[in-house]
Ligand binder design. Structure first.
Ligand code: NAD
Length: 462
């Protein structure tokens, strides 16, 4: 299958139409927003099978993973936004001091305008449609640009979106580097980007020409820290689940493990059983295990395995024709190993041994701020020590990934793992301008006379 790219000659007309719809207040009425959110919900609900098939064809993603990690999250956010839209959009009246007692002061929730939403390939439905929920709820017009690498999913979104959403307000553009470079020349009111740090920098640079604000949802090496007092059987189960989900191609996938030699041994004892329980004797035959997106990423991961100075102790089987990489644990990985340089973004799990939690914390702090952090411990003071002495976008304690599934927890990175956050109400806020409004009554004029020239010293306290 090939993806039909949008011709760049169509961009001016698309942008002009969406800008004009915004200026004409098409997307501002709350009933309109609710209707479009309902339609977005229906788009996912009525075409669940088609989306799941596209995700299977792109990534061999099992239906459960497609529902949990993509479709259900967006549907939930649509329902949440519809239910709370009146509350979110209502003006906030603020406390004022004596000097403003006669003025009415409030904060309006204005939509920012035309927004661009650009997604990555690993959760190719979620990463464009979940932010779109926020854009619609806020009253913006929007262009979404799905990743060109998830070809089947991008084709499905492109075909279905116009059947459900108002084409005067929400459009899908398809393409790769050329199309994106061209698109970024236009002025948007916000750019919401999910992807790599390298492209994130290009987005920010292009946005700076128009002083356009950006949200950057990037990646990083999210560490796991294991204390010695944990339940290793449960820990093994949770780590296998999180690292195998979408074959480790998750921005918040646990990237590597930090623990003592003793803990490494205790964990590795439990891993084979956890793997077998979840994927059977031959993982390649399991219908539940995803594949690597393409040969380029497969080769990148295969090379990491080939070059590591650690020892492969579990897994290691790879099959290029099938884009299959077995969940692979590598023990005694040196701190400066190739596996410890960039985000792995695949099912390879290096274990770096340290003498204690302090050394683990110091090691994390030598790297860029990760998107997530996963401390496992039964001791609250140890967890607090780790949280007080590290930084990361988010944290799940004693498990992985699941903080990202709670709509009331803002999701985003910090430092190199990104800027800004979304999900639930926070998505609405990303695309909303909080506009301060003060209304002064004419009858207060007598009280204001002191502010006018000619100034007198007695008027300083006005
Ligand atoms: P990528 O940066 O290569 O591509 C992301 C998007 O940028 C795609 O839509 C692509 O078409 C577009 N793009 C490509 N070249 C461009 C250019 N020159 N200018 C502008 N746009 C361009 O990222 P990817 O490989 O699709 O995704 C993997 C990365 O995304 C990983 O680092 C992962 O951690 C991160 N990620 C982050 C999150 C999050 O929520 N924080 C979620 C998923 C993935």
């Amino acid at each position: 299958m090939t993806l039909k790219y949008t011709d760049v000659s169509e961009f001016p007309q698309i942008i002009e139409e969406l800008q004009s719809s915004f200026s004409n207040n098409l997307t501002r009425p709350l009933n309109y927003r609710k209707k479009q959110l309902e339609q977005l919900y229906n788009l996912l609900d009525e075409n669940e099978q088609e989306f799941c098939e596209a995700l299977y064809n792109d990534l061999h993603k099992h239906k459960t993973e497609s529902l949990l990690g993509e479709i259900n999250m967006i549907k939930q956010d649509c329902l949440d936004a519809i239910e709370h839209l009146d509350e979110w959009t209502s003006p906030e009246y603020v406390e004022v001091g004596l000097a403003h007692k006669l003025n009415r002061c409030h904060i309006r929730k204005d939509p920012v305008g035309l927004v661009l939403i650009v997604g990555a390939w690993n959760y190719p439905v979620n990463l464009v449609l979940l932010p779109l929920v926020g854009a619609i709820a806020a009253g913006c017009t929007a262009i979404i640009k799905p990743s060109e690498l998830a070809i089947n999913t991008a084709t499905t979104i492109d075909a279905l979106l116009p059947k459900y959403l108002d084409q005067k307000a929400y459009k899908c553009i398809n393409g790769g580097e050329t199309e994106m470079t061209n698109l970024l020349k236009y002025k948007f009111d916000h750019i919401f980007f999910t992807g790599s740090g390298a492209i994130g920098k290009k987005i920010m640079l292009a946005a700076s020409k128009h002083l356009t604000p950006v949200t950057l949802e990037l990646g990083g090496k999210s560490p796991v820290i294991l204390d010695e007092n944990i339940n290793f059987s449960v820990t093994a189960k949770r780590l296998i689940w999180a690292k195998s989900f979408n074959s480790g191609q998750t921005c918040i996938a646990p990237d590597y493990i930090l623990c003592t030699k003793k803990t490494q041994k205790a964990l590795l004892k439990e891993i084979p059983k956890a793997l077998k329980d979840q994927f059977g004797d031959d993982i390649q035959k399991s219908p539940d295990y995803a594949r690597i997106i393409n040969q380029r990423h497969f080769d990148r991961l295969a090379k990491l395995l080939e070059k590591t100075k650690g020892n492969i102790v579990v897994g290691g089987k790879i099959d290029r024709d099938d884009l299959f990489i077995e969940p692979t644990f590598v023990e005694n990985v040196p701190k400066n190993d190739r596996l410890m340089e960039d985000e792995i973004f695949g099912p390879i799990f290096p274990i770096v041994t340290v003498d204690n939690i302090e050394e683990a914390v110091n090691f994390i702090n030598e790297k860029e701020y990760p998107l997530s952090l996963y401390p496992f411990s039964n001791d609250n003071s140890t967890i607090q020590y780790i949280l007080n002495n590290t930084r990361s976008g988010g944290v799940t304690v004693n498990d992985c990934l699941i903080h990202a599934t709670v709509p009331t927890l803002p999701f985003g990175g910090t430092g190199a793992s990104g800027m800004g956050a979304y999900h639930g109400r926070k998505s609405f806020e990303v695309f909303t301008h909080k506009r301060s409004v003060l209304t002064s009554p004419f009858f207060s004029e007598k009280l204001l006379e002191g502010r006018y020239a000619p100034y007198k010293e007695t008027n300083y306290n006005i």
